[in-house]
Design a protein around this ligand. Structure first.
Ligand SMILES: Nc1ncnc2c1ncn2[C@@H]1O[C@H](COP(=O)(O)OP(=O)(O)O)[C@@H](O)[C@H]1O
Ligand SMILES: [Mg+2]
Length: 306
């Protein structure tokens, strides 16, 4: 059964601004699902509806088998809001202690978990410093610790790597992958497509409130029947030979070539001819588009629609 399910969600703010239009998504247990789109696409609105913070104008949603907004599952969910502003007179430690108490965690468990999580997100040495002395990246890491403190089975992270430097981003990715290994389900919003590409199993792409694409990242990014190849340095790619055997080839610059297969052709034949010519293959991969390229193509297509 899906952990998150929505059925044709539509949201109009103040009766005028349509932030979502008929959005249906499903997220399976244990997956990392990325909701992507440029600023203003409707990502935060969707998460807020799922968490019961915003009411949909039309449509419905379920989390962990309960209708959205249900209090019964609140403790099984973690949430990192976008643009959170924690009271900055707290220290990292005292803030988490406060949240842990709100969640009803016993003091001893709280103390132990808080230390563990703050170490985990790299804030251990600064945990007794005031939040007002933290950088944007440190506040973001604190927010992630806050979302995960009570060991929720489903976690919503709205722009988790916003304002975080590349090293911090990598650390956050590792934390998320570790949660996935432990069977948690993660829903993340991001406008940083290359980040998401590295960790998400499935993505949905929102454009102006419409879900324009949803699917497995591997399937979406693979370009059918196109391969990229590169030979050892200085060797000349046997373009003419391959053309004479009926393959379509195209140079990409930096000595990499694209080979397109048509009906019945196999990439193995290309490899065989390269080997037969005494040449050495150094790189061979199915061609992939980045999610960014896919999003840009979709947005172009939508612009052109009347
Ligand atoms: N509280 C609100 N009142 C009115 N309009 C809003 C409100 N929140 C968001 N919007 C509008 O809804 C659209 C989607 O916003 P949002 O869900 O924040 O997108 P994203 O998270 O993808 O950047 C935008 O046009 C935004 O200006
Ligand atoms: Mg947002």
């Amino acid at each position: 059964m899906a952990v998150i399910e929505t059925d044709r969600l539509t949201k109009d703010y103040s009766g005028k601004i349509r932030a979502l239009q008929g959005v249906s998504i499903a997220v399976q247990p244990g997956e990392i699902y990325g909701l992507l789109g440029v600023n203003g696409a409707g990502k935060t609105t969707l998460v807020k509806i799922l968490l019961g913070i915003v009411k949909p104008t039309q449509g419905s949603g379920h989390l962990l088998g309960q209708p959205v907004g249900s209090l019964a599952i609140r403790y099984r969910i973690g949430y990192l809001p976008e643009d959170h502003r924690f009271p900055d007179y707290h220290t990292g430690f005292s803030l988490l202690d406060f949240y842990g108490a709100l969640l009803g965690m016993p003091r001893r468990k709280r103390r132990q978990r808080i230390g563990e999580w703050l170490d985990r997100v790299g804030l251990g040495p600064r945990m007794h410093g005031k939040i007002r002395t933290y950088s944007k990246g440190m506040k973001q890491r604190l927010g992630i610790a806050q979302a995960l403190l009570h060991d929720p089975e489903l976690v919503f992270l709205d722009e988790p790597t916003d304002g975080v430097d590349p090293v911090g981003r990598r650390e956050i990715r590792e934390i998320l992958l570790d949660l996935k290994r432990r069977g948690k389900t993660i829903f993340l919003n991001s406008h940083l497509l290359s980040e998401v590409e590295k960790i998400c199993d499935r993505v949905g792409i929102l454009n102006r409130g419409h879900l324009v694409l949803q699917g497995d990242v591997n399937d979406l990014t693979r370009v059918a029947d196109c391969f990229e190849l590169r030979l050892a340095r200085g060797q000349v790619f046997p373009a003419e030979t391959l053309k004479s055997r009926g393959f379509r080839v195209k140079p990409l610059g930096d000595e990499t070539w694209e080979v397109f297969l048509s009906d019945g052709q196999r990439i193995d034949e290309v490899v065989d001819s390269i080997r037969a010519a005494g040449l050495s293959l150094r790189y061979l991969a199915e061609k992939r588009l980045s999610l960014e390229e896919i999003l840009m193509n979709l947005m172009d297509m939508q612009e052109r629609q009347p």
